[in-house]
Every structure is written in structure tokens, then in C-alpha cells.
Design a protein around this ligand. Structure first.
Ligand code: GDP
Ligand code: MN
Length: 396
């Protein structure tokens, strides 16, 4: 589950990670009230108005603006709330902004220049260990840094048996070129950040930038936080942070009825049972010259009602040009699934795309007969290759 910046910062703060302070607002007048309150609490004169959407690169898209007085706070918040924010990480249509974070300005001048760093905590899947990835090149895309100056990216791997050790936090501060007060602040920041990551059951923290202020404080200016869905039962308070407006509506609907659906960019809808078969089916579609439009696992019970719900979900995607049903009848019998498909098809009236059905397993031959004699635009296949050939023929 992805969170908004303000929610991520709230979690960081609850574990003692220093953050840029802010208050969320949904209207321009709320923004002004928030700005006044922040001035009282932090003494800040300037404020940053930050669009809260689930996408990075907001600054580049005009979703992060500096306001030097309350009139500007009102005006900029009014502009940003309700806008369709397009960033390098959103689709071409962009994302509607429902709320902004009014934050204290932390780039104030002082004895030294503020410095931006990059820091993330994530799982290194190659060896199953968490790692802290960090760089002196903050504020830019880490992908660009990785491409152009990979030697400026450092990693610190954490042994799960002992956790982050103090020397590791010191090494981070050292590699970032810090000394004195800033060095101490960074070691505290890193260890609090790692504790927060573990305790919140996060799957990703990305803090870009981490800022060293001109008076040597170290704070999180941005926060991209993802919490592991499988751990949400332990964190009811985080679960309440879910913002369904930010999620794909078809995925939300599928989840509500217990179907595992993931939206993809292609043109062939897939209905399968089991994640392994889903992977194989997506490969098959690619080899046949198509692109999967989704990943939909109907699970063990592929009865008529479930099949119909699944068809309805797949057909909500206007890019779908054909549907491939690839189901292995082990627990569920193929003839029952075939019956379900035919019934669902009839109930739905018009389905304007061809359907290729591959049913393999118990009673596969009976299932094929049910499909073949149904008189519908449904094509049966028993072999994997046969299904691939039919997809190819129907797409061309
Ligand atoms: P992103 O563009 O979605 O990654 O949003 P960020 O939260 O990282 O903000 C984008 C940029 O806004 C940062 O890299 C900073 O350069 C700038 N910014 C953020 N906070 C402040 C602030 O307090 N003062 C000033 N002057 N700039 C800020
Ligand atoms: Mn950022």
C-alpha cells in the first residue's frame, strides 16, 4: 500500500525521524490557517505548497511551489488543489490533486549551504537482506544518477540477525562527506529511519531529498512510503490511511470481491487460476505477438458467477481486444468452468471481443465440447500452443 507524503512523514516522525513539518489542507483557506499555525510552531516565514498525489516528480510538474507570504500561500494552494498534475511518473492524463501539504521552508540561508541527499531503505531481493541505498546526489531521479554517476550511489546491507550496527550508520554519514554536528545528526537519522522501516513493516522508504540544513540539522523533506499489504493486519492505523482515489478503480473493485487483479498496458485480457499459470499465460501472449492487458487470478472457485464478475472487470479496460481464459481444472472441474463461461457470456449479452478458452485437466474433453457447441464467439483450445496460435490469429 502506497501512502501520501504527509502520511509517510507522520510515520517517520512517530519513530523519531526528523521531518520537514507540515499540515495538510484541502482548500485555499485551510492552507492559510495551516501556514499561520506553522509559523507559530516553527517560526518559518516562507512555506512550501506540495501537491499530495501518489507519484513522484511533483516538483517538475508544478506541484511543489514556494510561497513567501500568506497571499501567495492562498493563491498557490488555490492553483494546485484541483489541478491535474502531470509528472514523469504519472500517465499522460495526470493525477487530480485533492489536497496539499503546507510545509515549513527548510532551505533558509545560514552559515553553510543546505545540501540534498538521496536515501532509501528496501529489500535486496538478490540476497534477502534489507539495505540502505544512499547518494550525495539528492533531489534528482536516482535512475539518472545510477546511469550517469553510479559511483555516487552507496549501499549498506543489514544483517537481519543483528540489525543496523552503529558503525554502519557512521559509514553512511562519512560517505556523505559530513562532519561535526551534521555527522551526528545523520547517524541518528539513519538509525531512526531503519527502525521505522522495520517497525512499520514497510516494503519501501524513499527519502529524496534528505536535507542537511544550513544550521546542520538533518531532515526528511520528501517521503515515499509503501507498507507491505500482508502486514496491514498489524497496523490498523496505517490501513486507515489508504486513499482509494489514488488506486486503479478496477483493482479496488476486484479486491472488494476477492479477485486478484492487476491492471497492465496490453491488449489481451487474461483469466487464469493460479499465479504461476498467470505468468506462463502472459509469456504465451507475448510470444503470440500480443501484450497482456491484466493479470487476473480467479483462484480455486471458477463458477459462473465468479467468471462473470471476472469478465466484467476485464472488459472495463477499453484496450482489451481479446480474452484468453487459461484454467487448469484440478480441484474445479473443467466442464463446470466451461458451463460457467457459457452462462456468464449469455448473461452479459454482448461481449464484443473474441474469447479463447483453454481448459486442461479433469473433464477437459467435455468442457471443449460445451464451448464448441455453444454457438458463441468462444474458441476452445486444449494445448498451450493451440491457444497461442488462436490469440495470434485473432489479433492479426
Ligand atoms: P517531488 O518533486 O515529488 O520529489 O517532491 P519533493 O518533496 O522532493 O520536492 C521537490 C523539490 O522541492 C525538492 O527537491 C526541493 O528542491 C524543493 N523543496 C522542497 N521543500 C522545500 C523548502 O522547504 N524550501 C525550498 N526552497 N524548496 C523546497
Ligand atoms: Mn522528492
Amino acid at each position: 500500500m502506497n501512502l501520501h507524503e504527509y502520511q509517510g512523514k507522520e510515520i517517520l516522525n512517530s519513530f523519531g525521524v526528523q521531518i520537514q513539518r507540515g499540515i495538510v489542507a484541502t482548500t485555499a483557506s485551510e492552507a492559510v490557517t495551516a501556514a499561520k499555525k506553522l509559523t507559530e510552531e516553527t517560526g518559518t516565514g516562507w512555506h512550501v505548497i506540495k501537491a499530495q498525489v501518489h507519484a513522484g516528480g511533483r516538483g517538475k510538474g508544478g506541484g511543489v511551489k514556494l510561497a513567501k507570504n500568506l497571499e501567495e500561500v492562498e493563491q498557490l494552494a488555490g492553483q494546485i488543489i484541483g489541478m491535474n498534475l502531470i509528472t514523469p511518473q504519472t500517465s499522460a492524463e495526470g493525477k487530480k490533486v485533492h489536497q496539499v501539504l503546507i510545509a515549513e521552508d527548510v532551505y533558509y540561508p545560514g552559515d553553510s549551504e543546505p545540501e540534498e541527499y538521496y536515501m532509501s531503505v528496501l529489500l535486496n531481493r538478490a540476497n534477502g537482506r534489507n539495505m540502505i541505498m544512499y547518494s550525495t546526489e539528492g533531489g534528482m531521479d536516482i535512475e539518472t544518477v545510477a546511469e550517469e554517476t553510479p559511483h555516487l550511489i552507496f549501499t549498506e546491507e543489514i544483517d537481519p540477525a543483528v540489525g543496523l550496527l552503529p558503525f554502519q550508520a557512521r559509514r553512511v554519514a562519512f560517505n556523505l562527506g559530513l562532519s561535526g554536528q551534521a555527522f551526528k545528526q545523520m547517524t541518528k537519522f539513519v538509525s531512526a529511519l531503519y527502525t521505522a522501516y522495520i517497525q512499520s513493516d514497510a516494503s519501501l522508504f524513499e527519502i529524496n531529498p534528505v536535507l542537511k540544513t544550513s544550521d546542520d540539522r538533518v531532515i526528511a523533506v520528501d517521503a515515499k512510503v509503501s507498507i507491505d499489504d500482508n502486514a496491514l493486519f498489524r497496523h490498523k492505523d496505517y490501513e486507515a490511511m489508504r486513499d482509494l482515489r489514488e488506486e486503479n478503480p478496477v483493482e479496488v473493485e476486484a479486491k472488494a470481491v476477492g479477485l486478484n487483479y492487476v491492471d497492465l498496458d496490453g491488449n489481451v485480457g487474461c483469466m487464469v487460476n493460479g499465479a504461476g499459470l498467470a505468468m506462463a499465460t502472459m509469456d504465451l501472449i507475448k510470444q503470440a505477438g500480443g501484450e497482456p492487458a491484466n493479470f487476473l487470478d480467479v483462484g480455486g472457485t471458477a463458477d459462473a458467477e465468479r467468471v462473470e464478475t471476472a469478465f466484467n472487470l476485464i472488459l472495463k479496460d477499453p484496450n482489451v481486444k481479446a480474452i484468453l481464459v487459461n484454467i487448469f481444472g484440478g480441484i474445479v472441474r473443467c466442464d463446470r468452468v466451461a458451463q460457467g463461461i457459457v452462462e456468464a457470456y449469455k448473461n452479459m449479452g454482448t461481449i464484443n471481443v473474441p474469447i479463447i478458452v483453454r481448459l486442461q485437466g479433469t473433464n477437459a474433453d467435455i468442457a471443449k465440447e460445451i464451448i464448441d457447441t455453444s454457438g458463441l464467439d468462444v474458441h476452445s483450445a486444449i494445448e498451450f500452443q493451440e491457444a497461442a496460435d488462436k490469440v495470434q490469429a485473432l489479433l492479426s
